[in-house]
Write a protein of this length. Structure first.
Length: 278
């Protein structure tokens, strides 16, 4: 967490915590806010650290018990040789909730964290959820995301892993970000070794795995996406009985940073009007 603190100071009272999973891996999370308050658990995307949610930690820890999680192989968590498939990643979230005292939580997953969160729901159900917030990844609804193949012609020159990751990190934002911040994110993302990073992008389950999970959730759901997933959001809104959706047309993939004020306001409204007053 040293890198994060250079640019984004911790919320007052924030602390590093660790717990052991059921398969013996030591995982890290940031904890802030009053322990007796409703608990929000933030789960980051592919190779990203818990501290990418620093602005949400700052905004919500005054009134909520905030947890930002480093999944295995990411951030300050251990890097085991195995466990990067959805079932184990979902089990890690279950182990985290158990470590927090088996309390009910609002689970907030972004990008790969959406799939991790839905894997948790698929295996454990929604009994420990107060609400579910999913940010800018497919939930298995129609239509499937379109992935454009490489155009014909000569392959572009290969670039090193560091340059590739730096380019990926910068692609998450539409709005300018501080270069030091982007470098810190890149450096932290590179901590995930190549074999683990590749495993995280190999999904050994059909799309229906994610769709089946979200339709078992009876608790309130907030699904926020960028335009590429707008049709999925529209279909989910039409077919699910307890969901709110929104499309952030001018934000990058890291929409909770690009449009942080809008996101924080929308999440707060969801918490107050849908989750805590059911």
């Amino acid at each position: 967490m040293i890198l994060a603190s250079l640019l984004l100071p911790r919320a007052a009272g924030a602390a590093d915590r660790y717990f052991a999973t059921s398969d013996g891996v030591r995982l890290h999370y940031i904890e802030a806010g009053p322990n007796f308050a409703p608990t929000l658990v933030f789960v980051p995307g592919w190779t990203m650290p818990a501290w990418i949610f620093q602005r949400q930690i700052d905004a919500f820890s005054r009134d909520y018990h905030v947890i930002a999680f480093d999944p295995r192989g990411q951030g300050d968590s251990d890097i085991p040789a195995t466990g990067y498939e959805p079932y184990r990643r979902g089990a890690d979230i279950a182990d985290l909730i158990k470590a927090l005292g088996n309390r009910q939580v609002v689970l907030v997953g972004w990008s790969l964290g959406v799939l991790d969160s839905l894997a948790y729901v698929h295996e454990a159900g929604d009994g420990k959820l107060l609400g579910l917030v999913l940010l800018d990844n497919s939930v298995g609804e129609d239509p499937a995301p379109v992935y454009h193949p490489r155009p014909p012609g000569p392959r572009p020159p290969r670039v090193g892993r560091e340059a590739t990751m730096a380019r990926f990190v910068r692609s998450m934002f539409h709005r300018p970000q501080d270069e030091t911040y982007l470098d810190q994110l890149t450096e932290t993302a590179l901590r995930t070794p190549p074999n683990a990073a590749a495993s995280l992008l190999s999904y050994p389950v059909p799309r229906t795995y994610w769709r089946d999970a979200i339709y078992t959730v009876r608790k309130p759901i907030l699904y926020i996406v960028t335009p590429r997933l707008a049709a999925q959001a529209e279909n989910l809104q039409a077919r699910h009985t307890n969901v709110r959706t929104d499309v952030y047309s001018d934000s990058g993939h890291a929409l909770f940073i690009d449009d942080g004020n809008r996101f924080n306001t929308e999440l707060l409204d969801f918490l107050r009007t849908a989750v805590l007053h059911q």
